[in-house]
Design a protein around this ligand. Structure first.
Ligand code: ZN
Length: 329
């Protein structure tokens, strides 16, 4: 065990925390491991930043970091110096070290340094998440039941359900070895196909890529230019929209990503879905589809709608444009 590893034992962790820090698999450094069963939805950790730098990452300088460090209490300075990891060399105050241990703070412009959250490893198939926060305090929440002894992981980026392995690794700047990244396995190959599909399906229903812009790299997933234009103009018929949405949910489930937060994001409320259709025969199919137990079952019935016009289609693009405007206001 290296001196660095021992240093992590001195990090301040809440007494009742349901996890411990210890070495993970080779190449991953240390990680957080459940010390008891953690139930889905349970809060694993709540943490305040050690300090905040109110600047975008690209403008943060070593001087900013030194100034923030000098303002800390001696005890907090000691905690910060425990991060000397990530190297086996003398600790250097560097932008890179800050970047590796910080999180963007949407509530307050800038980045916060979080000592303990930063110790958890990444997975493209995570069992926990760090939901968007409305203040400086961030939390780690279980998105599925986590068994005692199991490593707790979260996804470092929030759009990885739409990105294939090589795209993810380029962003992460390290090689992830989760199940979705293990080359040569049938799961990994299918995973790339599924995530590419999910990206295209989101483009078709939202008329924009995962970054909210049209004509980005997401649109190139859709080879048919007429279909792409229809997505851009929000003129994809209601029937097809429902099929794309159900297909997205089915693929997310197959990928192992349909946790309760993902369902909140994508799952259409049944009542709303049925009431959107104004052509009676379509509404009947929708009702039957939504009554099926599985996403696959719902999708298979909904396929009967493919290409069918609905009376609601006339006013749909206008309604979607208004919704989009309201969201961005
Ligand atoms: Zn991965």
């Amino acid at each position: 065990m290296t001196l660095t590893s021992l240093a992590y034992r001195r990090l301040r962790i809440p007494k009742d925390a349901p996890f411990e820090l210890r070495p993970s698999s080779p190449g991953k450094g240390w990680g957080g491991f459940a010390t008891r069963l953690i139930k889905q939805g349970e809060q694993i950790l709540k943490e305040e930043p050690l300090f905040v730098i109110p600047k975008p990452t690209q403008y943060i300088t070593n001087e900013d970091l030194w100034a923030a460090f000098r303002r800390l209490t001696p005890a907090d300075q000691g905690q910060f110096l425990l991060l000397r990891d990530n190297a086996k060399q003398p600790f250097m105050m560097s932008k890179e070290a800050f970047a590796e241990n910080s999180f963007a703070l949407p509530a307050k412009f800038g980045h916060g340094l979080f000592l303990v959250h930063s110790r958890f490893n990444h997975s493209c198939l995570p069992n926990a998440t760090v939901p968007a926060s409305s203040n400086d305090i961030i939390t780690l929440v279980a998105i599925e039941d986590i068994m005692a002894g199991e490593e707790i992981t979260f996804c470092y980026n929030n759009d990885f359900e739409c990105k294939i392995r090589c795209e993810r690794h380029k962003i992460l700047r390290f090689v992830c070895n989760c199940k979705a990244c293990l080359v040569g396995t049938p799961f990994q190959q299918l995973s790339d196909v599924r995530r590419r599909f999910i990206r295209g399906l989101i483009y078709l229903t939202a008329g924009a890529g995962i970054d909210g812009k049209s004509q980005d790299s997401s649109s190139s997933v859709i080879a048919d230019h007429r279909l792409r234009e229809a997505a851009d103009n929000l003129s994809i018929p209601l029937s097809n929209r429902l099929i794309y949405l159900l297909l997205t949910l089915y693929l997310l489930e197959e990928e192992g990503l349909l946790d309760y937060l993902m369902r909140e994001r994508f799952e259409p409320p049944v009542v709303v879905t049925s009431s959107l259709f104004q052509t009676e025969s379509n509404a009947e199919i929708v009702k039957t589809a939504m009554a099926q137990k599985t996403w696959q079952g719902k999708m298979l019935i909904a396929f009967r709608l493919y290409g069918r016009h609905d009376a609601a289609d006339e006013s749909l693009p206008e309604m979607l444009r208004m919704l989009r405007m309201l969201r961005s206001a």
